[in-house]
Each structure stands twice: as structure tokens, then as C-alpha cells.
Design a protein around this ligand. Structure first.
Ligand SMILES: Cc1cc2nc3c(=O)[nH]c(=O)nc-3n(C[C@H](O)[C@H](O)[C@H](O)COP(=O)(O)O)c2cc1C
Length: 211
């Protein structure tokens, strides 16, 4: 499918059938999320992959009873780092050095660590979290597009109680805060009232300001 066809095809699916995603398709969506762009390349978030029916049942009331939580195949929880400290920057730079075979000393000589320390670690903790959440949303978008390209139905969701979800999943202990969910599965045509809804977006004239 070409990109515009995929984006016109997809919609935030309200009802799903419970049918399971093939492992390969799930893996492709996760790989796409992993390849997502992020500021400084830090990817300051984690993605929790929930398949357990039992856990999704516990999650549903925390997401205002939304049906996709239990009718999907998997729910991905995008969780931003609550804070970013020097140890995380060091861990990232070390891993970057290993992947790229660029000696750490050389990376440090470019001043990358100094810039990350100043720009990210230097922010007040609350701003670190909001910055991390913005990066997590880019990954969410990547996941939505990847699912559409595979003709997998997906629902991005902010309609949930983050602090309750964090408690259920023990995210606080991991220095994480849930920011968005992505339910993945197959639509239930008989019951999905949004299936035939025309796609509404701002017109190009209104959206784009050409200067
Ligand atoms: C960050 C975000 C949060 C959303 N939260 C919900 C949600 O909680 N439940 C839901 O059914 N749809 C949710 N949506 C879907 C939007 O309502 C939907 O994307 C928008 O109306 C455009 O329609 P379309 O995606 O079906 O083309 C969310 C979308 C985004 C991007």
C-alpha cells in the first residue's frame, strides 16, 4: 500500500474482534517504533507490550471502559521517562559508541555529552518529563503508521488515567509515566460505529501556512 492510501485506510478503531496479530506483524510494528526519531536520539521512553487478557481486563476501567483495551490483540503503553539524569546520558553514549564503533572519547570530544547535560539534564525535572513525553508521542505516531502499512487496525488513546495505569503496571518504580496507549488488532465491522465515518481533517489551505 502506498503511504497516503494507508493513512486514508486507517482510523482510530473503536471496536475490535479479539483476533491475534501474527507475531511477525507485531514485531514489525515494534521494530518501526524502535526506529523512531527522537531528539538527541535518546529515546527517553519505554514501551510496555501487553498481551495478557487478565491485565487488559484490569486496564480497561482505567481507560474509561474503552472496548479496544480488551478486544485488541495487544495494547502498547508508551511511557515517558519521568526524569533524565547523567547516568542515563552516559548509558546512551556508551551504547551509541558500541553500535557505531566510535570510541567514547571521540564522541565526548564532540561535546555531545556537555550539550545533552545542559539541554536535558539541566532542565527542571517536570520539563524533562514533558520533553520525554513529546519524544514518546513521535514513537506513537510511528507505530500508528507502521500498523496502517500492514493493514493492522490501531487506536491511539489518551483517554485513560495515567496515575492509575502507572500504579497498575508499577511504572513509578521504573521512573516511568504512561502518556499514551496504542491498541492493535482487527476491527469488528458489525459494531464499530466509526468504520464508515468520512475522514475529517483541516483543509490544506487552513493547515499549511506557506511563507
Ligand atoms: C494522542 C491521541 C489520543 C487519542 N485518544 C483516543 C482515545 O482515548 N479513544 C479513542 O477512541 N480515540 C482516541 N484518539 C483517536 C482520535 O480521536 C482520532 O485519531 C481523530 O479523531 C482522527 O480520526 P482518525 O484517527 O480515525 O482518522 C486519540 C488520538 C490521538 C492521536
Amino acid at each position: 500500500m502506498d503511504i497516503l492510501k494507508s493513512l486514508n485506510w486507517r482510523y482510530a478503531t473503536k471496536r475490535m474482534t479479539g483476533k491475534k496479530l501474527p507475531a511477525q506483524d507485531l514485531q514489525t510494528i515494534l521494530d518501526a517504533i524502535r526506529l523512531s526519531a527522537s531528539s538527541y536520539g535518546l529515546q527517553p521512553y519505554n514501551v510496555i507490550v501487553i498481551e495478557s487478557e487478565e491485565l487488559r481486563k484490569q486496564l480497561q476501567p482505567l481507560a474509561y471502559g474503552q472496548a479496544q483495551i480488551v478486544e485488541s490483540s495487544h495494547v502498547l503503553v508508551f511511557a515517558a521517562w519521568n526524569s533524565v539524569d547523567e547516568a542515563k546520558v552516559d548509558e546512551y553514549l556508551q551504547a551509541y559508541s558500541e553500535t557505531t564503533s566510535m570510541p567514547l572519547e571521540k564522541i565526548l570530544a564532540f561535546g555531545v555529552k556537555d550539550r545533552m547535560m545542559q539541554a536535558i539534564v539541566g532542565m527542571p525535572q517536570d520539563e524533562q518529563y514533558h520533553w520525554a513525553a513529546k519524544q514518546a508521542f513521535i514513537a506513537l505516531g510511528t507505530g500508528i503508521i507502521a500498523a496502517a502499512s500492514l493493514e493492522i487496525y490501531a487506536t491511539p488513546m489518551e483517554g485513560f488515567l495515567p496515575s492509575k495505569v502507572d500504579e497498575l503496571l508499577g511504572l513509578q518504580e521504573r521512573n516511568l509515566r504512561s502518556v499514551a496507549l496504542l491498541a492493535l488488532g482487527y476491527r469488528d465491522s458489525a459494531n464499530d460505529f466509526m468504520e464508515k465515518a468520512p475522514k475529517h481533517r483541516w483543509s490544506a489551505e487552513k493547515l499549511f501556512i506557506k511563507i
